[in-house]
Design a protein around this ligand. Structure first.
Ligand SMILES: Cc1cc2nc3c(=O)[nH]c(=O)nc-3n(C[C@H](O)[C@H](O)[C@H](O)COP(=O)(O)OP(=O)(O)OC[C@H]3O[C@@H](n4cnc5c(N)ncnc54)[C@H](O)[C@@H]3O)c2cc1C
Length: 299
């Protein structure tokens, strides 16, 4: 099975777009703002909070960076006017990080001020390692304007434990995830269990320092371990939330977490730029491609 999955990873880029779209549909909350906002309202009704992400990254012109910034800005207005429980999770390369520090900083400040105006929250996703230090620097600049800005640390990165150590305090809002980008082996943990243990250590360190932590994982081992520890150490429910990607099956776990009074946030990506995101998800879990192929043949 592992061999088949590895083979699938190699050939995924050659799959027709229509095939990827079949796979993508559970993960993507539509193409338009209205489709996505309907999904958000539906999730809120079920008790979930949401983080909204317009799909896309690495814009190559200032015009695109401005357009995306304006779209995100308008989303804060929509969230307020529809009384939705949702914040925004953005990639800095989507608002111009590749175009120079001044451009991305200008756009980040626009969004930070907009989040402040609406008393909402802004999360900076963490992209691959060439962007890590600058993302942290920009996060600190945004924090000077508004306290409700957060960042992400990736458990596969060796440096993350030092970053958590340096950054964590009562004002620190951090999502911890495993990390999704392909990185040089010198700077990341390669072993699955080692990444898990580092993940758990990062979250515990953050929580012990009083930080607010978004536990972003579908890994039952991580969720169960941390949830037990959180209960054992009486960590207040106001200091953490669980986060998952829209569409990933969680076998009733989320309902249980909600029922026990925990905050659960669904990361909802949407937009016409769905292809790259879907391919990443498919590579991450090639079993899905196998299911789709077998279902197609059954039909
Ligand atoms: C809310 C959220 C935000 C994130 N933000 C970032 C970010 O800013 N930067 C970054 O580098 N990464 C980000 N990620 C991705 C993350 O780094 C991991 O790549 C991803 O979450 C898979 O890791 P896992 O902890 O779920 O563990 P895994 O070991 O990958 O998965 C555990 C189990 O969950 C199931 N599963 C996982 N993924 C899928 C899937 N796509 N489809 C179906 N089942 C699946 C499988 O059953 C798998 O065995 C984010 C993830 C989440 C949940």
């Amino acid at each position: 099975m592992k061999l088949i999955n590895n083979l699938l990873i190699q050939i995924i880029p050659f799959f027709p777009k229509s095939f990827i779209k079949i796979f993508a549909s559970p993960y993507i909350a539509g193409i338009t703002d209205d489709e996505m906002l309907a999904t958000v309202a539906n999730l809120n009704k079920k008790g979930y909070d949401v983080a909204i992400d317009i799909l896309g990254e690495h814009v190559t012109t200032g015009k695109e960076a401005t357009e995306i910034t304006e779209r995100y800005s308008k989303l804060y207005d929509e969230i307020s006017s529809r009384s939705l429980s949702a914040n925004l999770s953005i990639k800095l390369t989507h608002i111009g990080q590749d175009l120079g520090y001044d451009i991305v900083k200008k756009n980040l400040m626009i969004l930070t001020k907009k989040a402040k105006q609406h008393k909402n929250f802004l999360r900076l996703d963490m992209e691959n390692s060439p962007y890590t230090s600058e993302t942290i620097k920009l996060y600190k600049e945004a924090l000077e304007v508004y306290k409700n800005v957060g960042i992400v640390l990736q458990a596969y990165m060796h440096r993350s434990i030092n970053d958590m150590d340096t950054l964590s305090s009562e004002n620190f809002n951090c999502r911890v995830c495993k990390g999704i980008y392909v990185e040089n082996k010198d700077i990341v943990y390669d072993d699955y269990q080692e990444i898990r243990e580092n993940y758990i250590e990062l979250v515990k360190m953050g929580l012990q320092r009083g930080a607010y932590i978004g536990i972003a994982s579908h890994d039952e081992y991580i969720i169960n371990n941390l949830y037990k520890w959180i209960k054992d150490y009486s960590i207040p429910k106001t200091q953490y939330e669980f986060q998952v990607l829209h569409g990933v099956p969680m076998k009733k776990m989320l309902e249980k977490l909600l029922k026990e009074g925990n905050r659960v946030r669904i990361y909802v990506p949407y937009g016409d730029n769905w292809y790259d995101y879907s391919v990443r998800r498919l590579k991450e879990n090639p079993k899905m491609a196998g299911y789709i192929i077998s279902n197609m043949f059954k039909k």
